[in-house]
Design a protein around this ligand. Structure first.
Ligand code: PBG
Length: 322
C-alpha cells in the first residue's frame, strides 16, 4: 500500500497545516436581544447562557463583541406587551426599543463592528405574525412590504449598517433598497434572509422575543422539503439588489447552503438558529455531548458547506477559543 491518507493526520501540527476550513471571529455575528422595561438582564430559559439585555447591558455586550474581534451584531427588539398592535407600528418609531438599541450600540462601538437590525414585524405585532393581516386574516404581502420599508429606514436612521429583512415577503429586498436610497441611505446594506424555512428550530427564539404567535408561518416561510426553491428565492433576492444573502436555519440546510454558495456572487451568510443552539446546550448540560467540541464542529461544518458569515449565539464563546 503506497497511498495512506492517514499520513496527514499523524500530529496536531500536521492536521492544522492541512486543515481546509478555518473559522475566524471576524466572520461571526452575534444575535442579541434588547428588551424594553427591563431593570436587569434576564435569562432565556430555553437558551442557557443567552440573555435579554437592558440598554446598558447591551452596550457592554457590544463592547465585548468588539474586543473579541467579532464581525458584527444582529439586534432584535422586544417591546412592552402594551405597545404591540395589529400593524406592529411601534417598531418603526424612532425611539422603539430596537432603534434605541441600535443608537446605543453605535455610540459604544462606532464602526468597529457591523451593526445589523432585524427588519421584521413579528416582535412588534399583537398576533405575532411577520406582517400585517388582511380582512380574511392572511398576511398581506404588499402592505407588509410597505411597513418593512418604513421600519428599515427608521433602523438606518438609528445607525444600522445593515438591515435584515427576515419576513419572507415577496419583493421585500427591492422595496427596501429603493426606500433606503430615497431616504439618503444608499450606503446601508441589505442582508436578505433569502432561503428561510418554516422551521421547528425557532422555538427558543419565540421565548427570547416574547412572541405572541398562534399558529405557524407556513404561508410565507419555505417548506423544509424544498431545496430547489431555496436557490430560486436567493436568485430573486440577488436580482432585487441584495448585498448579502442568507440561509436559515443552518445545520439542517447545508445542502441549500452549498447550492446558494455556488450560485451567489455576493457573500453568503447562514444563521445557526436558537433551536440549534439549544440542542447543543441542553445535551451538553446533561453530559451527553461536549459543548465546546459540538459548538466548534457545528460552526465549522456550516463554514465548510459555504457560509462566509455565520450568525451564531456561540459567537463570543467561539472567539474566546481562537
Ligand atoms: C422572525 C425571525 C425569527 C428568527 C429570526 N427572525 C423567528 C421566526 O421566523 O419565527 C429566528 C432566530 C432563531 O431561532 O434563532 N423575524
Amino acid at each position: 500500500m503506497t497511498i495512506r491518507p492517514r499520513r496527514l493526520r499523524t500530529t496536531a501540527a500536521m492536521r492544522s497545516l492541512v486543515r481546509e476550513t478555518r473559522v475566524s471571529p471576524a466572520q461571526l455575528v452575534l444575535p442579541v436581544f434588547v428588551r424594553d422595561g427591563l431593570d436587569e438582564p434576564s435569562p432565556i430559559e430555553s437558551m442557557p447562557g443567552v440573555l435579554q439585555h437592558t440598554l446598558d447591558s447591551l452596550r457592554r455586550e457590544a463592547v465585548r463583541a468588539s474586543q473579541a474581534g467579532l464581525g458584527g451584531l444582529m439586534l432584535f427588539g422586544v417591546p412592552l406587551d402594551g405597545d404591540k398592535d395589529a400593524a406592529g407600528s411601534c417598531g418603526e418609531e424612532p425611539d422603539s426599543i430596537l432603534n434605541r438599541g441600535l443608537r446605543a450600540v453605535r455610540e459604544e462601538v462606532g464602526n468597529s463592528l457591523v451593526v445589523m437590525a432585524d427588519t421584521c414585524l413579528d416582535e412588534f405585532t399583537s398576533h405575532g405574525h411577520c406582517g400585517v393581516l388582511d380582512a380574511r386574516g392572511r398576511v398581506d404581502n404588499d402592505a407588509t412590504v410597505e411597513a418593512y420599508v418604513r421600519l428599515a429606514v427608521s433602523q438606518a436612521d438609528a445607525g444600522a449598517h445593515v438591515v435584515g429583512p427576515s419576513g419572507m415577503m415577496d419583493g421585500q429586498v427591492l422595496a427596501i433598497r429603493e426606500g433606503l436610497d430615497e431616504a439618503g441611505h444608499d450606503d446601508v446594506a441589505v442582508l436578505a434572509y433569502s432561503a428561510k424555512y418554516a422551521s421547528a428550530f425557532y422555538g427558543p427564539f419565540r421565548e427570547a422575543v416574547g412572541s405572541s404567535l398562534v399558529g405557524d408561518r407556513r404561508t410565507y416561510q419555505q417548506d423544509p422539503a424544498n431545496r430547489r426553491e431555496g436557490l430560486r428565492e436567493t436568485l430573486l433576492d440577488l436580482a432585487e439588489g441584495a448585498d448579502l444573502v442568507m440561509v436559515k436555519p443552518a445545520s439542517h440546510y447545508l445542502d441549500v447552503l452549498a447550492d446558494v454558495a455556488a450560485a451567489s456572487d455576493v457573500p453568503v451568510a447562514a444563521y445557526q438558529v436558537s433551536g440549534e443552539y439549544a440542542m447543543i446546550a441542553a445535551a451538553a448540560e446533561r453530559g451527553w455531548i461536549t459543548r465546546e467540541a459540538a459548538m466548534a464542529e457545528s460552526v465549522t461544518s456550516i463554514v465548510r458547506a459555504g457560509a462566509d458569515i455565520v450568525l451564531t449565539y456561540f459567537a463570543l464563546e467561539l472567539a474566546a477559543r481562537s
